[in-house]
Each structure stands twice: as structure tokens, then as C-alpha cells.
Write a protein that binds this ligand. Sequence first.
Ligand SMILES: Cc1cc2nc3c(=O)[nH]c(=O)nc-3n(C[C@H](O)[C@H](O)[C@H](O)COP(=O)(O)OP(=O)(O)OC[C@H]3O[C@@H](n4cnc5c(N)ncnc54)[C@H](O)[C@@H]3O)c2cc1C
Length: 528
Amino acid sequence: MDDYYDVAIVGSGFGGSLMAMVVRRLGLSVLLIERGKHPRFAIGESTSPLTNLLLEQIAERYDLPRLIPLTSYGPWQRTYPEVVCGLKRGFTFFHHEAGQPYRMAADRGNQLMVAANPNDELGDTHWLRSDVDAFLVREAADIGVDYYDQAALDQPQRNGDGATLTGRHGGQPFQTQARLVVDATGPRGFLSKVLDIPEDPFSDYPKTQTLYSHFTGVRRCDSMAAFQPEGIPPYPLDDAALHHVFDGGWMWVLRFGNGVTSAGVAVTDAVAESLALSDGEPAWHRFLERYPSIGEQFADAKAIMPFVYAPRLAYRAAKSAGPGWVMLPSAAAFIDPLFSTGIPLTLLGIERLGRILSESWSSGDLDARLQEYSRVTRFESDATADLISGSYAGMRDFPLFAALSMFYFTAASFSEMARRLNPSLVRRYLVADHPEFGAGMRRCAEMLRRRLNGTATMTGAGSFFADVADATSCLNVAGLSDTRKQNWYGVDLADVIDSAAKLGFTRLEMRRVLEEAPWAAGCPLPSV
Ligand SMILES: Cc1cc2nc3c(=O)[nH]c(=O)nc-3n(C[C@H](O)[C@H](O)[C@H](O)COP(=O)(O)OP(=O)(O)OC[C@H]3O[C@@H](n4cnc5c(N)ncnc54)[C@H](O)[C@@H]3O)c2cc1C
């Protein structure tokens, strides 16, 4: 360890290691400090098209070509078969009633499938974080990041131009100086504790808890009679982030390629209390008894690690930057695993911070820029929390939940296309700063919350669906919110061509662009 680093990063999850690589590529010296040791379990596994595009763009901007194969399933399998991941073709949702086996409604009103990519080759992934994080920390060390694991840090002492870091590593004390300390230790993490930063909870957000583990022997839904689709679904049901939704919560089921499945429930305090969730494994079995078709899916499943119970999921720190320190978005706030928002929010933070360091490291406005970073980080996490709290309010009544989810899918597909084709249209996460779209999203989420707490009635799911369709139409480039599709949304490039004007193209121009685009390879193109 040297006695001075430009940047010290605390925490070597994927976020800390990637940030360290970015800093190194900017020509700065960087120390990465981890209290544990890789490989180790971590949660936060499911990616999305925007996640993978952000990773690709960071890898390209900072000359990290070895990370590019991690951005889609086919190249990952060919390049790093030893780093385990799972195939994610889309987002699958089934709605359950307590005590009742799942039966698909004739109009598919109790399920939703939204494809995220056109084929396995271009598929998204679930990251087995123990493998992925260990891979990334090795990559960081290989490009010159100094890495200290099994380290215990004391409170940093601020001085002149930075902070003195002291602690112990391998039983020995150490001391070094850093101009900037980046906290990548996750919610309620290192700087929150040592700087005594209070929690500032999201407003209007339900109190939620979680219980999860990794399993073997989880059945595929497409092998079970209860979930048999009628017709050909947009992608195989289970090659997805599979969600079981019920009143007051939901469950994720993410399959990896090595036979292991990640599964867990996120539920309101009321549901958690009814299950005595803090009991761990016995509560898990009570949950499976309550929802028979989920119970059948897990009938032969075995947990391969102890259950993790967290009494509180969401978190927002009152501050996320100050003179000489800054938190990654994942340390500043966490909302819920729903819609896989944690990793993209973190990547957006890394992108933002990388730009600030490259532009302002040597100028006098670094601290002011960190304040700007902090405001954006908060805006993006608040917008996500607002949508997810509305989603919790809709979980009892699936058509409302599915309708509200169209804001997420519209924002995600628009953001991906804008980043690929017309960066001048790129906005904040969930496009929440778009005047019409953002206001519509807040209004519709609020409508569901008010309905749940009894302060408002609604005219019915049909009119709510129409409201959402109207509010999302300005950015809808993926044929979403279409009743004719009966909740099955495949990838159809005709939708992108039909929406070319929303992305600043004519139909003909868009067709030409799509013909050439490697990320659209294998998708049939309509003539225009
Ligand atoms: C139940 C659950 C499910 C989730 N599912 C998803 C999902 O499917 N998709 C998605 O996009 N996001 C998901 N998330 C969010 C996701 O987990 C985070 O966004 C992501 O892990 C953030 O990565 P990170 O590297 O910043 O932090 P982390 O992964 O939390 O890593 C933090 C690292 O810091 C180390 N550390 C902690 N304290 C110290 C210390 N004092 N000193 C040194 N090192 C320390 C830890 O050992 C760890 O290695 C989920 C979160 C939860 C809670």
C-alpha cells in the first residue's frame, strides 16, 4: 500500500470494482478496500437491457474491452463459461390468490410477460454475484487498482486536501491518505455509519421486509400444469426474472446456468407479520403453504445457504456527498428488487461520477459537482421509490399493477433506444424528468396508493389502463399498453419503426438503422 491515493473506494461489490476500474483508466491512483474476501455471496442478480447497455457504454468509454462479453448471454457463454450466469429473456409475472392454485385467466389478466430481448444470443443475464464480483475485482487488480481485502477501516480523518484512512489488514495496522473517498458498501454502509448520517426514509413508501436464499431443485413453471400457457409465449416462461405477485408482496425466481436458483420474497410489514417472516426457513414454508402453485414449484427445492432475513428493505441516506467523499447510488439509497432497478441505478451513478472526475478532478469545482451528483442520485432513487410504492399498492389487483408497470417498461425501452440511437434524448432514470411522462407516472402511482388507503375510488382497471396508455404514449416505442396483446409483449421491431418519430427518425431511416444494428440481429424487419 502506498501512502497516498487519489481515490480510495470502500467496498468491492460489482459497483466498487467497476468504479475503481473507471478511476484507474482516468489515470488516477486508486485503492479498493474490502472487509470480506472473494468469492462471497451477494444479492442483486438480475440485469435488464438498460443495465447491459450501461455496462457496455462504460466499458467502451473507459477502455475495458474484457467486460463487453458480460453484456449479453451468448458472448458471455462463449468467453467466460466459468463465470456463472443465467439467461434472462424477459420479465414474467403471475398473480396468486392465497389458498388457491394458480389458473391462467382466459384473457391472461392474471399474468404479464414482457420480452427484454429477441433471442438467447442477445439475452440479458442473472449474475451469480459470487462469480461476477470475484471476476471484476481480479480485472480491477489487473489494470493497476491496489486491492486490500479482509480489511477493517477506522473512521477517516479529514485533513487539508482529503482524508487519512487507518485500519487493520492481515492483523497489521495501516495508514494512507486519499483525496476522495467513495463509499461502495451498499445501504446503511461504511460512511453512513462513521459519519453518523441519519436515514431519511422515502415519503409515502410502504414498510417492507425480505427473506431469501439460493436453492437447488426448483421446478420450472413451464413444466407444471398450473402455468401451462395457451399459445406460444414471447419467450420460455422461466428464462426470465419470474415474479409471483400477491396481495402485499411478491417473490422473485431467478435461475442460473449451474442448477442454482435465487428466490426470495419482498412483502409489506403486515404480510411479514402474518408469516412471522423473521423466523427464516419456517416462515418460508408457511409462505409456500399459503400459495399452493408456488409451493408445488418449490416442493423439491433445497436451500443451499442459510436464509437471509432483512427487517427493512428500503433505505435513503440523508446525505450522499460532502467535501472529499461521495456514495455510490447503492450506498445512498435502496428501494426494492422489483423491476431490477438497483444495478442500473448504480451504473448510472458510476457513469456520472466518472464524468465528474474526468472533467473536474483538476479544477476547483469538484465538491460542487459532487453536490450535483448527489441531487441527481436522490432524484433518480425518489422516482424509482415512487413507482415501486404505487406498484405495491396495485399488487392486490393485478390488472392495476400490470397497467402501472407499463411506465417502467416504456421508460426502460425508450431509454435503451435513445442511448443507442439518439443520445440527445437521454434523460434521468425512468425518464422521470420528462414533463408529460414523469408527471403521468407520479399521478398514476399516487392514484393506486390513494385507492389502497381508501382515500380515493377508481372507476375501474379499464379506465386506469387507458390513463396509463395515454400518459406513456409520448415515449412508447415498444408497442406497450396494447390491450390486443393480452399481457404478452414480444420484441417486434415494427413497433420501433412505427414510433420512429419519437426517437427523431423517419420510418425509412429507422428501418435502415435497424438493418445494420448488431443488437437487432436476428429480428425480422417489416418493410416500410
Ligand atoms: C433482496 C435484494 C434483491 C436485489 N435484486 C436485484 C436485482 O435483481 N437486480 C438489480 O439490479 N438489483 C438488485 N438489488 C440491488 C443490488 O443488490 C445492488 O444495487 C447492488 O448489489 C449494488 O452493488 P454494490 O457493489 O454497489 O454493493 P454491494 O453488492 O452491496 O457490495 C458491497 C461490498 O462492500 C463490502 N463492505 C461492506 N461494508 C464494508 C466496510 N465497512 N468496509 C469494507 N468493505 C465493506 C461488502 O463486503 C461488499 O463486498 C437487490 C437488492 C436486494 C437487497
